[in-house]
Design a protein around this ligand. Structure first.
Ligand code: PEP
Ligand code: MN
Length: 348
């Protein structure tokens, strides 16, 4: 399937009409490749709508027959996979709450063995790449890595966040390095938790060379039984998909390549200088550690640290870098300095 792969459909199949009308309208855009619907919903509270179950599979199979598009559902146990196979489901996805559970993943893998159903594995709710990798390996073991796609749906945040699930894009670079052959799909709906940011997140994913998007759509989003705030109508999805730019991963153009490599070599030089300087800074921190040890003075001095932050942050505007960025870098430098001093001071 060619990039961009677009997967869309309601968060949950609710009624026959809602499922079939949403799916046919999505197919009519001509931009959707795979239809999705949640049949059994993993919800935080047992009082929430937990899905219509098998009935939804009948409706989704009808949507497949009408539109000719392949269908995808979420599976969380062996029974779900048996039902998916029975109704001709083409793709199953393992949800974020299931990826964390090796028993469930193993059970799903064993039923999928020998079938040609593709498996999409969402990132686990918590930012733990080894759990995600473990789930991928478990499925790959019985199905082969070529049948696996990954879905980035963001990670639970603690405290305030503008996202329902924070994207933590850098973790995606890491998992892609580990599994370079698997496709990466972004799920902006569950990252955003609202409609307003869907375009922005989708465009970032496109610019980071994702292979496609999974976006929830509903004929009447405000009346949806689950995830109402983040669903959009098929017409709204069409607008987003039309506006998105899927740029090339690379091109064969010598002027472009020359200009790019010139800029990159400058960047490489700056990176070397930066780390050379950081190394000198750490050596000085160790000297300070020795001095403090001899004089029996503690490592952390709040006043000194506040002064450093104030002095550097006050330059943020002139340097044209954000205060948040400066604070993040300073925090990293500070914690490394402290651990180096700690080592020096407590060496026996
Ligand atoms: C979903 O796709 O509807 C869903 C429940 O996703 P997640 O597992 O990412 O929460
Ligand atoms: Mn949902």
């Amino acid at each position: 399937m060619k990039r961009p792969i677009i997967i869309s459909g309601p968060c949950s199949a609710e009624t026959e009409e809602q499922t079939i009308v949403t799916c046919t309208k999505l197919a009519e855009t001509g931009k959707v490749n795979i239809l999705r619907a949640g049949i059994w919903k993993p919800r935080t509270s047992p009082a929430s709508f937990e899905g219509v179950g098998e009935l939804g599979l009948i409706w989704l199979a009808t949507a497949k027959r009408i539109t000719g598009l392949p269908i995808a559902i979420e599976v969380a146990n062996a029974e779900h996979v048996h039902k998916a196979l029975q109704y001709g489901v083409d793709y199953v996805w393992i949800g974020a709450r299931t990826t964390v559970n090796p028993f469930s993943v193993k059970e799903i893998a064993s039923v999928l063995k020998g079938t040609d159903v593709k498996v999409l594995i969402k990132n686990p709710v918590n930012p733990d790449l080894s759990l995600w990798a473990g789930a991928i390996e478990r499925i790959a073991h019985t199905r082969g890595i070529e049948n696996i796609w990954l879905v980035h749906r963001g990670f639970s945040a603690c405290g305030y966040s503008e996202y329902r699930n924070v994207p933590l894009w850098h973790l995606i670079f890491d998992i892609r390095r580990q599994f370079p052959e698997t496709k990466m799909i972004c799920d902006p709906s569950h990252i955003c938790g609202n409609r307003e940011n869907l375009f922005k997140i989708s465009q970032i994913a496109a610019d980071l060379n994702y292979d496609g998007l999974m976006i929830e759509s509903h004929i009447c989003p405000d009346a949806a039984w689950s995830d109402a705030r983040q669903q959009i109508t098929p017409a709204e999805l069409d607008v987003i998909l039309t506006s998105l730019k899927w740029r090339y991963e690379n091109i064969n153009n010598s002027i472009f390549s020359y200009s790019l490599s010139k800029l990159r070599s400058e960047i490489d030089q700056i990176d070397s200088d930066l780390f050379e300087l950081l190394s000198r800074r750490m050596r000085l921190a160790e000297e300070i550690g020795k001095l403090k040890r001899t004089n029996n003075v503690s490592i952390y001095q709040e006043q000194r640290w506040n002064n450093i932050i104030e002095r550097i942050v006050s330059r943020a505007k002139r340097l044209n870098i954000s205060e948040t960025f400066i604070r993040t870098i300073l925090d990293a430098i500070h914690s490394e300095s402290i651990s180096r001093q700690n080592e020096v001071m407590n060496r026996s």
